[in-house]
Write a protein that binds this ligand. Sequence first.
Ligand SMILES: O=C(O)C(=O)[C@H](O)CO
Ligand SMILES: [Mg+2]
Length: 258
Amino acid sequence: MPDFAVNLSMLFTEVPLAERFSAAAEQGFSKVEIQFPYELPAAQILDLLQHNKQQLVLLNAPAGDWFSGDRGIACHPDRVAEFRQGVSLAIDYAKKLNCPNINILSGISPANYNSKLVRETFIDNLKFCAEVCANENIQLLVEAINTQDIPGFFLNNSRQAFELFQAIDHTNIKLQYDIYHMQIMEGNVIQTLRDNLDKIGHIQFADVPGRHEPQTGELNFSNIFKALDDMGYSGITSLEYNPSASTAESLGWLKQIA
Ligand SMILES: O=C(O)C(=O)[C@H](O)CO
Ligand SMILES: [Mg+2]
């Protein structure tokens, strides 16, 4: 059975972020991830983690101004300084919270720049991040996201990520393989995981369509989880879905397969 974590930005949203740690602990989760933890001071999150005997396993670097439409800025040629400042904040949180992974969102390709410059900016930023994270013993991750939910998102499939890894040529970068996004963009989930396990550092999941819990859509999660065990995946597999009912009700599948 995978080593499960739960994403506190998408599950347990019935209560404010500070209350989701204990809500997750009550459901048996000892590992949590937060997309953007910055609304709470790191010291408060540390208290919550310690109080609930939990480990924070993943956070995202700041992704620009989400409410104005940014979905990451790592590929934006005119925002390199802002991006790198955000990475410093992410590292500060990760160190204070003993979080082993930082995820980067490429962002939407900016329309006013040529595609070569956008790609080069992303590569340069990821080289920089891979190195500064390596210096702190933090694994750098980058996530591919489907272009139905975020039209124009620059990094949107696993093959593109693996090509970028060759250009980046650094040992400290891996793909955050989100089964939901990759089922939409390319399918072939189990075979892709099996063929590229050495390049995958973290897995997230939701069913398709709808981005709800397992057993609401087309994916066979029992088979996917068994395949992950069989191929020897030893990383974390995280629930990152919108519960179709309450979060507690949405966990029925987990009790069935655990
Ligand atoms: O949307 C996703 O799948 C993510 O994991 C990102 O963290 C979005 O913030
Ligand atoms: Mg994800």
